[in-house]
Ligand binder design. Structure first.
Ligand code: AMP
Ligand code: MG
Length: 477
């Protein structure tokens, strides 16, 4: 037996999913295989060394005995509009594995064929977005940001039809789970309180083992814990300059991991209003609006939990409201602590907050590159002077707050290399035109060491020539 999945989600019952098999593909070939992730999942040496077997299993052509392939049901607010019926339209949950730390993770194929939730979609994924999800999630993981990861990208040998004919691929996603805010919405919309209660218990057991399942206020504790993870997540996104691009409630995982890498991108020149996604015309998911959207999504989750808190809606709201009101302050505390760390400072005072705000304002006015500016400040601390004279006064004030730990703190919080948009596009194009993954693997090597200079790191550090002012991403279908 090469692989044995368990499937605790299937025990939740038929309201939660549809049983459906992946649709086999013509000619599966492994393009990317995540060796270190495979190791951490304790995959057998037989599977690790057999690319043909990998291609068969992670295309869905061959399912290991005992696999219960599921497409999960969920709803979601997409750009603020409720869609009661979404669900995995092109993904199959093959099952769960226990990793080397005994954590349960989902193994899901994406692009593996239509399901009852496909609506107009073909159930498939183009090669570019599959590779992109692999690169971006791997980069985020090594940057230290909570994230799902990719085990493999398998080319299908078939075409998919988008704006043009594209090669197809299937990406295998490993995630702490695929429970979304939208999963709770699915049952709340249907007034299915029994399923909601079951989902709450399942989510607590899976992700928040500290919460007592017998506690009267477990739903409130759960909301609090999910809120904390969302705060941590968004703050971490902002530390590295990540813009998710499509923070719909169906793309918000209860686990607090980054999930559904569609039109995501990295911030170039600092401006909170930065948006790269072609469909986000209102800037709903702009870099600096992500904290606002996180609480918007959490309020949607809170609404779902009301019947589990008190039968009387008014009373339930009264219980939940103080927690939701706390969000802004909790977020700001975490955010300023993170920004201070980027500046080598560990105590956040009113003065430090003002220091941070003034720096960001100047960076915005001067359209300075977000990542590079913090590296420049590191250089400044070491005696160089890469920033313009306009910053001298600010730098003098900043210096007065530095101590012996500042250099180490800055180094740990300011990446040398991020998956800059133009390099991501370049390696994707190289793979799509030549069929070779060499450029991607070269890039990945550097991305796996983002805080440490490797011989190749400098090849991937330059901002785009136009500082990404004309960069656009498209939804990852
Ligand atoms: P996403 O924008 O990838 O988060 O997807 C939003 C919804 O559309 C989810 O329910 C997906 O399963 C579904 N979807 C996206 N692309 C496809 C596709 N090519 N075929 C079927 N369903 C899709
Ligand atoms: Mg999605």
């Amino acid at each position: 037996m090469t692989l044995r999945f368990s499937n605790s989600y299937s025990a939740l019952g038929g309201a939660f999913y549809q049983r459906v098999l992946p649709t086999p593909v013509a000619d599966p070939k492994v393009l990317l295989w995540n060796r270190s992730l495979a190791d951490s999942l304790k995959l057998s040496t037989t599977l690790q060394s057999d690319a043909t077997l990998q291609a068969q299993i992670f295309s869905g052509n061959q399912l290991p005995a005992g696999t219960e392939s599921l497409a999960l049901a969920y709803s979601g607010h997409q750009f603020g509009h409720l869609n009661p019926q979404l669900g995995d339209g092109r993904a199959h949950l093959l099952g769960e594995l226990l990793d080397k730390d005994n954590c349960r993770v989902d193994v899901q194929l994406k692009g593996s064929g239509p399901t009852p939730y496909s609506r107009q979609g073909d159930g498939r994924c183009a090669l570019g977005p599959a590779l992109r999800e692999y690169i971006m999630s791997e980069a985020m993981y090594f940057l230290g940001v909570p994230t799902s990861r990719c085990l493999a990208v398998v080319a299908t040998g078939e075409s998919v039809y988008r704006d043009a004919v594209k090669p197809g691929a299937i990406v295998t996603r490993i995630a702490a789970s695929h429970i979304r805010v939208g999963t709770f919405q699915y049952f709340a919309i249907r007034d299915d309180v029994k399923s909601l209660a079951a989902l709450l218990d399942f989510s607590i057991e899976r992700h928040f083992a500290d919460i007592d399942l017998n506690a009267d206020d477990k739903a409130l504790q759960f909301l609090d814990a999910v809120m904390q993870r969302q705060i941590t997540l968004i703050v971490e996104w902002m530390r590295v300059g990540f813009i998710h691009g499509v923070m719909n409630t169906d793309n918000t995982a209860i686990s607090g991991e980054t999930i559904d890498f569609g039109p995501c991108a990295m911030l170039g020149a600092y401006h909170p209003a930065t948006v790269y996604s072609s469909i986000d015309t209102q800037g709903r998911y702009a870099f600096g609006n992500q904290a606002n959207i996180a609480i918007w999504n959490l309020i949607r989750l809170a609404e779902c939990l009301l019947p589990l808190i008190n039968n009387e809606k008014k009373l339930a709201i009264a219980v939940i409201e103080p927690l939701l009101k706390d969000y802004s302050e909790r977020f700001e505390q975490a955010y300023f602590a993170m920004m201070a760390a980027k500046l080598g400072i560990s105590d956040v005072t009113v003065e430090i907050r003002s220091l941070i705000e003034r720096l960001l304002k100047s960076m915005q006015t001067d359209a300075l590159d977000y990542t590079q500016t913090f590296l420049d400040l590191g250089q400044t601390m070491a005696g160089a002077n890469p920033l313009s004279e306009n910053y001298n006064e600010w730098i003098a004030q900043w210096r007065s707050h530095l101590n012996d730990n500042s250099a180490a703190l800055m180094q740990a919080n300011n990446p040398i290399v991020i998956p800059r948009n133009h390099y991501v596009e370049a390696v994707l194009t190289a793979c799509e035109t030549t069929g070779s993954t060499e450029a991607i693997n070269d890039f990945l090597e550097v991305l796996r060491s983002p805080y440490q200079e490797l011989p190749n790191s400098h090849h991937y550090q330059d901002p785009a020539e136009d500082f990404d002012s004309s960069y656009q991403t498209f939804c990852g279908t």
